[in-house]
Design a protein around this ligand. Structure first.
Ligand code: SF4
Ligand code: SF4
Length: 209
């Protein structure tokens, strides 16, 4: 979080005080989909950063759980597009969550994994397809859901939780890991801060000739 906050602070410090009231502090990673080669280096870098807190190895031969990133590279024909959260200002996923597990902090939409019940309401509400619900791992082992068992063999079922891009809240250098890892410079952090007043609607729809 502090990395993103530092980036935002750097951006706002460049703005004149007269314009500060029009600033909108929402950050998100944008992608030039036409340049993506589908190498998935962004997915692996994302997994490595977020797996550190769970004690999951992130170098070759040490990964003991499925690679579950928070950025998803999807393929449509011969085209690859990295998909991740746009940190909407009025986030529909947060409105859809029945247990208030999603909150916005300094413009970043965050999911509280501990509070999440894995209902998938946020998955359905997200207009970008940026949220996945997947099993929760700790120290290389899947966490089971107390009282939830497989109907046929009575084995314990995994606890699931929603997961999506949090702009690398864990890192301190202000750059999400996927942005730094991409060999084709497809990804960049857009701070979404406007230092000029919004154009009047009339100018947008009826431009001067
Ligand atoms: S999956 Fe979790 S975060 Fe998403 S709406 Fe359900 S409880 Fe909320
Ligand atoms: S690292 Fe870059 S080129 Fe590779 S899949 Fe991700 S966005 Fe595409």
């Amino acid at each position: 979080m502090s990395g993103v906050r530092n980036t935002l602070n750097r951006s706002t410090s460049r703005m004149g005080s007269a314009n500060r009231t029009s600033a909108v502090a929402s950050s998100f990673v944008v992608a030039d989909g036409g340049q993506c080669i589908g190498c998935k280096a962004c997915e692996l870098a994302c997994f490595a950063v977020h797996g550190q807190a769970s004690g999951i190895g992130a170098s070759i031969g040490t990964v003991s759980v499925p690679v579950v990133p928070k950025v998803y590279v999807v393929r449509a024909g011969d085209t690859y597009v990295p998909v991740q959260c746009r940190h909407c200002e009025n986030a529909p996923c947060a409105h859809a969550c029945p247990v208030q597990a999603i909150r916005q902090e300094d413009g970043v939409v965050m999911i509280d994994e501990e509070r999440c019940i894995g209902c998938t309401s946020c998955v359905l509400a997200c207009p970008f397809g940026a949220i996945e619900v997947s099993p929760v791992y700790r120290a290389g082992h899947v966490i089971t859901q107390s009282g939830l068992t497989h109907r046929a063999n009575r084995t314990a079922l995994p606890r699931t939780a929603a997961s999506k891009c949090d702009l690398c809240a864990e890192t301190e250098n202000g750059q999400p890991a996927c942005v730094e890892a991409c060999p084709n410079h497809v990804l960049r952090l857009a701070n979404g801060i406007s230092d000029s007043p919004p154009e009047p609607r009339r100018e947008v729809f009826f431009p001067r000739l």
